[in-house]
Ligand binder design. Sequence first.
Ligand code: COI
Length: 356
Amino acid sequence: MIEPSNNEIDIVKSSNTKIHDVDFNNLTFGKTFTDHMFVCDYIDGSWQQPKIMPYQAMTFEPSARVFHYGQAVFEGMKAYKDENGKIWLFRPDENHSRINKSAARLAMPEFPKDYFFNGLTNLLKLDKDWIKPGLGNSLYIRPFVIATEPAISASPANSYRFIIICSPAKAYYTGKVRVLFAQQYSRSADGGVGFAKAAGNYAAQFYPTSLAQKKGYQQIIWTDARTHEFLEEAGTMNIFFRVNNKLITAPNNDRILDGITRKSLLQLAEDNQIDFEVRPISVNEIKEAARNGSLKEIFGAGTAAVVSPISAFEHDNEVFEIPNTEDSYASMFKEQLQNIQHNLSEDKHHWRYEVK
Ligand code: COI
């Protein structure tokens, strides 16, 4: 792990704080931002002097390539504060390597690891009062990169901006989530960018998701674009199915996001001696399991969503309600994961990273 320093960062502190205007008990996800942000430009083949400055609006030329071709990638991470005021990140090197994989797929430059960690740690130290202790509280961190070059020929930019903004967060979904299994639209295809956290992957879901929402579903579970027969991911989270006592999730491929919460839950399943399979899951298999009572749970896993139980799904105009399970895997995983994240339990896989 890289040792953070602030040697190379220009820091301009905010002259006042907005923190006193924030009701931390009533946060809407992603609407409130901390006092500072991290910014680093890429010009002529190299990353420039990184900066931390007050959170503020930015100016870009209307011809900036990001506005035309969506050359943009992002990450989602969280910081937690324990009861002793220590600040923790969860598997941050996974986010660093994933943003670089996403960037490579979109023909964007990789961001150096020492810049990433220096930026994050210095930003979090400045905005530490925005991280509230207690399970369920976190600071959502959004690193992202956009193509800033003012030019509208359809080719990769030669200038970029890497930015980190932070937003205090509680739950992403409140209550159980109802989902529609995709039959018409697709999120991603073979050889595409589904595995990357590319901004356009999310924009492409908004219209079909809005149709699902009109029918009373918060999310779509995307199926493979070729046959719509296999369940893949929910767009804001990876998906797990529990059939009897077996946990099943789809394998990583170029259509599905390589979720950090997903891989952590698979490790927790192993630690808890829960039988699991990573394999294609068919819509028919899950409908059959729902009919014969062996489908015990469906839940989503993601940084923002943490572990979110799904209470019902619809496919082919047929609605399946999933009854409550007493010994829920979702609740167990959520508790174990949050205890690790908040420094309340042993971290045997070395997932926690202290910000100091
Ligand atoms: C995350 O879980 O961090 C995500 O990127 C999902 C996002 C749509 C909020």
